[in-house]
Design a protein around this ligand. Sequence first.
Ligand code: HSE
Length: 309
Amino acid sequence: MIKIYSPATIGNISVGFDTLGLAISPLDNSNLGDTIEIKKYKNFKIKNIGKFSKQLPKKFTKNIIWQCWKYFCKKIKKNISVLITLEKNIPIGSGLGSSACSISSSLVAMNVFCNNPLSNIELLKLMGKLEGKISGNVHYDNVAPCFLGGLQIILNKKNIISQNIPFFKNWIWIVAWPGTKTSTLQARKILPKKYKLKTCVEHSRNLSGFIHSSYSMQQKLASKFIKDLIAEPYRMKYIPNFIEIKKTIEKMGAIGFGISGSGPTIFSICKNITISKKISQWLTKNYLKKKEGFVKICKVNNKGTTIIG
Ligand code: HSE
């Protein structure tokens, strides 16, 4: 039996739509990721357990793990008979890279089970393809950090899909999921097909400014570039009181704020644990809509998808 863990991720990080992604782990060591157990079986079977397993589709063929199995078997040209147990601990449609988590953990599990027939680059490409099937477009900003860990920049040039970039180790990432769902497919459909030249120039400046500041270790400068001109102006309509919340969080001392992936999770960045706790309390009181909702204070997960058993 093999056991694999994949962490939650923040896609976009505001400044890098489809280009930047970060793997995260809660500071209190609570579970914010999916676990896969794989073992030999008489045929192919999926078992769903975990806090959010009730949100998974009832129909077997709608389960993303089945899609992963199908594509993996096609790629290695062999059907594998396995029992896969998915422990679903990330809510679906939350903006925390839930599908990426199931994709990455199950593909790595199948690959390890078969003695690694696929290389990391083949696995990552397959992950992107499956993510694309769900969200309508191939985007790697969740699967890459989920698989590889850390802060990833998506390059997507032939066999160089993604690379690690430096991150500020003292930054604390607070994620707040209200308990409601957003479909990434729908959240992508509402974005414009074209942007003004002025917006493109400013977006390029922000992204390159952020990357430059990360490499030259200028935290204050880096934080000034965490701005989203591509998705936030269109997606914030679906997050009630977004502007007011943003202003409040920034006033409380956050150095960055935005929508995690396609939402409805929002993220805040802090340098100070006391401020992080205050922001976490405020969000718990004011942002959560349903009892399942949560706020987690996180650090960067540098490991990505790992074998845990
Ligand atoms: N970059 C993707 C989007 C992330 O914003 O649509 C989805 O989690």
